[in-house]
Design a protein around this ligand. Structure first.
Ligand SMILES: Nc1ncnc2c1ncn2[C@@H]1O[C@H](COP(=O)(O)OP(=O)(O)OP(=O)(O)O)[C@@H](O)[C@H]1O
Ligand SMILES: [Mg+2]
Length: 409
């Protein structure tokens, strides 16, 4: 591996803290190509760039644990299923990364498949400096600003709103974010929009260090950019980031609802999922946030009040835009015993199907609190339901556990 002069070790430390992204990173599988790309990087004075040996397999392993660069060059020579590896790359990369592939096969079919998979360019070895320079220009946007990112999609914005207080919206949002980050290896940002009473950090046992990052972002939308957010977020593990504030109750807030759109625009480029926990008391914020979300999760329980408030929420979430979806989660299932409203009646009354249920299970809550871990990280019915909800959301199938006798048949 070689790194630009003066940048020894910078790549590792950037990955360790999650701060900062490289501009350009290359993984080449032979020393000659590695040297040519390194020369170009030096000649073009590309700061925050690095060139590594190892090709696409190493790139995939590396990016699974690290922040993605803005632009990437990967070598597919000697790779058995190169297009599959490019699809895998799209999975591990942050949304919005532009990719140039280098290979040793001059094959039109392969070229077409790679472009279809979202690659910006394919260059065939032996590499020359001019070939590499124009490829780097392309992916960094100076030659063609419209370069396609590997993953065309931006990350998804999942807003979780409780039909009424205490139904478990924060529990669902926090554990869903934790599960997607820790069990599905997605890069996830959990945004706690309740700047006064928010308790996502508490739920996940994350220390905030008096951070006011979210308030500052919402008060001064013009300051929002990658760097500002990097500083504002608190990291928990490899892939989960929390954006929140702990504001004193008496501190006056000048939150600007118009800041939500630019904030989430930047977040969607950095994360596969942006999970939002939102209080219900600020109508303008709620409207705006639900409008720009790709998935709106309504959490309710089996009480008449929750049903009434779900009906009120429907006035905002009905008629979703193209690509938007609503998910209804019934939490605390069974809490009221026999006297509570049945599932079929409830779905009928709210006029929406119940997409997921979570059993009322205080034991799981206590066990997780005692272990100092999120409920989704412990065994039990709540964790299993969160796993199902996450797979419903990501489209990945979670194997249903079959009872052992059904396997004997
Ligand atoms: N399925 C469940 N079984 C048992 N306890 C639960 C369940 N879901 C949530 N709880 C507990 O209920 C309490 C309220 O949950 P939570 O804070 O997530 O609700 P909320 O809707 O975010 O409330 P608020 O309106 O105050 O923001 C918490 O103590 C939580 O641990
Ligand atoms: Mg809450």
């Amino acid at each position: 591996m070689s790194i630009l002069p003066g940048r020894q070790g910078a790549l590792e430390s950037a990955h360790g803290t999650g701060k900062g992204r490289e501009r350009f990173t290359a993984f080449l599988s032979d020393p000659q190509s590695e040297q040519t790309v390194q020369q170009c990087v030096t000649e073009m004075a590309l700061s925050f760039s690095s060139v590594h040996s190892g090709g696409i397999l190493r790139a995939n392993a590396h990016l699974e644990k690290s922040r993605s660069p803005m632009a990437l060059m990967v070598d597919i020579s000697n790779t058995e299923l190169p297009v599959n590896e490019v699809h895998r790359l799209a999975e591990v990369c942050e949304p919005g990364v532009s990719v140039v592939v280098v290979g040793d096969r001059n094959d039109v079919g392969l070229y077409r498949d790679l472009i279809r998979a979202g690659v910006s360019d394919y260059i065939v070895k032996p590499l020359t400096r001019s070939l590499v320079q124009s490829a780097i220009d392309t992916v960094l946007g100076s030659a063609s600003p419209g370069t396609t990112p590997l993953s065309q999609k931006s990350g998804r914005v999942v807003t979780v709103v409780g039909a009424r207080g205490g139904v478990g919206a924060t529990t669902v949002a926090s554990n869903l974010a934790w599960y997607l980050a820790n069990k599905e290896s997605r890069r996830v940002c959990l945004v706690d929009l309740d700047v006064h009473y928010g308790d996502c950090a508490l739920t996940l046992d994350i220390k905030l260090d008096g951070s006011a990052g979210l308030r500052e972002a919402l008060e001064s939308p013009t300051r929002i950019d990658d760097l500002f957010l990097d500083r504002a977020m608190v990291r928990s593990g490899d892939r989960l980031f929390l954006l929140s504030s702990e504001e004193k109750l008496e501190s006056p807030l000048r939150l600007d609802p118009a800041a939500l759109a630019p904030l989430f625009e930047v977040l969607r480029k950095q994360f596969h999922y942006v999970v939002v926990d939102i209080p219900r008391d600020n109508g303008t914020f709620l409207h705006q946030m639900l409008d720009l979300s790709t998935t709106r999760v309504v959490v309710l329980d089996q009480t008449a009040r929750a049903i009434r408030d779900t009906l009120r929420l429907r006035t905002i979430i009905d008629a979703p835009h193209l690509g938007q979806r609503n998910l209804v989660v019934l939490n605390r299932l069974g809490e009221g015993g026999k006297s509570e409203i049945g599932l079929a009646t409830l779905a009928d009354t709210i006029g929406m199907p119940v997409d997921a249920t979570i059993a009322y299970h205080p034991k799981s809550v206590i066990a997780a609190a005692n272990a100092g871990r999120p409920i989704a990280g412990e065994k039990g019915p709540i964790a299993a339901s969160i796993a199902n909800l996450a797979s419903e959301m990501s489209g990945r199938h979670v194997a249903q556990r079959r009872p052992f006798w059904s396997r004997l048949k």
